[in-house]
Design a protein around this ligand. Structure first.
Ligand code: ADP
Length: 470
């Protein structure tokens, strides 16, 4: 069989990558052709994404992919969620792109928490996060009411990159579903939620299911002949799609990176007061099914603590050494409250951690290894609590937790998760989002019949590292 090559553009909040998957009927071989750091930057008290920079890196990465794989068939884009680009009728951005960690929505989110969230949750199945698109758009329109006339469309980050590639403005369902504006009982926008936040419905198109074809890449000579495909736009939806999960639905999934995203696939949403109290977010798969998940502050804690120390691990062996040293140290007596909003985006993460420990009468670690241990054990406990919440809400027991993402390589975190959850953990060294993105492209191209077939192949070929609860 002639191999097929698909490029996944996978944009994370801290790095972006272009990964080419080669499929020859049985296995998938990945080549990372381009990786670039990504970060938001402050300007006059707000935080913004540098969109021209992101696009220039994506374009350079795709050109490189084409040079290395001249037969490149297609491109799919996934990205972090909630952030968006307001564009005019011609597709030109008309408002700066705020980053989700901007504090402009802190007070509105607190207000929503005091009044209204019960109604909004019943309508959308999405709990109150300050970064939700709903609150961001509400703030934009209050600060700048003319935007309601100036902006023609609201495109999420992956939607916008798809527009740059294909010229089509499409709102993909999985990335729309995190906005807190999609009807939890259907697949369209929630009129009630749009009204509640004062957002004009005409900013959005009908949410599109994926995968499907968008069209040929237009206006980029080095990508002539390549097809732009709509894949699940939200990186978590892609990561969940790629899970080498048991067919009987007995696995819980953990995508462990900047965030810890723990959840499951389901035919129905998990709603009600207990689900809301546990902040269960009923997001969607590309095909419209639900993926209820709990989102906790993840390895961002560690990422942001590292700059307080003179050296940071830059290679896999340096990571292994750091984690082994941390594993040898004593277990901390007091774990972090990872739900503390003071840890969301502090100027110094180390100082914020020390302050939280101080408030609770605990002593701060003295070395980096102590912080690594503290963070991994604290995240592990958070994962354990989420597992118990899902068991209660879904009314059934789960057999394993599957981990993908950067955290799958952190054995201290995997073990802490197994211990706190009381369940075996299977960690897969897998670029989860890129693999799900490419799998969706293979389905759209007709190379693979469906996601179950792809998963079955992946499960046969991938080896997990297993951790038993102690
Ligand atoms: P995202 O896609 O959200 O940007 P990733 O899935 O790439 O995040 O995960 C990034 C995290 O993975 C880093 O913050 C780091 O803690 C962890 N990580 C990366 N490489 C390793 C490694 N070799 N060993 C252990 N942990 C690692």
């Amino acid at each position: 069989m002639k191999p097929v090559h698909c490029a996944a553009v996978d944009l994370g909040a801290s790095s972006g990558r272009v990964i080419v998957g080669k499929w020859a009927g049985r296995g998938l071989a990945l080549t990372e052709v381009h990786r670039f750091p990504n970060q938001f930057r402050p300007l006059a008290g707000h935080e913004y994404w540098d969109l021209p920079y992101i696009w220039s890196e994506v374009r350079a990465g795709l050109a490189k992919a084409r040079r290395e794989f001249p037969g490149l068939a297609s491109i799919g884009v996934d990205s972090w969620a909630v952030d968006h680009v307001l564009v005019g009728r011609n597709g030109r951005p008309v408002f700066p792109v705020h980053a989700y960690r901007d504090t402009r929505t802190t007070s509105p989110s607190e207000r929503l928490g005091r009044s209204g969230i019960d109604r909004v949750y019943a309508l959308t199945g999405i709990p109150n996060y300050p970064y939700n698109t709903s609150l961001q758009l509400q703030e934009t329109l209050r600060a700048c009411p003319r935007m309601a006339d100036v902006a023609a469309r609201c495109l999420f980050i992956s939607d916008y990159l798809n527009f740059l590639l294909s010229g089509r403005m499409v709102n993909e369902l999985s990335i729309c579903s995190h906005s807190q504006l999609i009807d939890v009982r259907g697949r369209g926008w929630s009129q009630g939620a749009l009204e509640f936040f004062g957002i004009p419905p005409r900013l959005f198109g009908r949410p599109a299911l994926s995968p499907q074809r968008l069209g040929p890449v237009a206006g980029i000579p080095e990508l002539k002949g390549v097809v732009s495909l709509l894949v699940p736009g939200h990186d978590t939806a892609c990561a969940f799609a790629a899970m080498p999960a048991a067919e009987d639905g007995s696995d819980l999934y953990l995508s462990s990176g900047t965030w810890s995203l723990l959840g499951l696939e389901s035919e129905r949403p998990l709603l009600g007061a207990d689900a809301l109290a546990n902040r269960i977010s009923n997001e969607r798969m590309g095909d419209g099914r639900y993926r209820p998940l709990k989102s906790c502050l993840g390895l961002w804690l560690l990422e942001r603590t590292l700059p307080a120390f003179s050296s940071r691990p830059r290679t896999a062996s340096a990571w292994r050494r750091l984690i082994s040293d941390a594993a040898r140290g004593p277990a901390p007596d007091t774990l972090l409250d990872v739900a503390d909003s003071a840890l969301f985006n502090p100027p110094s993460m180390r100082a914020a951690i020390d302050a939280q420990l101080g408030r609770r009468g605990a002593r701060a670690p003295r070395h980096l290894t102590g912080y690594v241990r503290l963070i991994c054990d604290s995240l592990g406990r958070g994962h354990g609590n989420a597992v118990r919440a899902f068991e209660r809400l879904a009314g059934r027991a789960f057999r394993r937790v599957l981990i993908v993402g950067g955290g799958s390589q952190n054995r201290l975190l995997c073990q802490a998760t197994a211990d706190a959850a009381g369940l075996p953990v299977a960690s897969f060294s897998l670029e989860g989002s890129a693999v799900g993105n490419i799998a969706a492209q293979l389905i759209a191209l007709g190379e693979v019949p469906d996601m179950d077939t792809f998963r079955a192949m992946l499960s046969r070929r991938l080896k997990s590292v297993d951790f038993s609860p102690r």
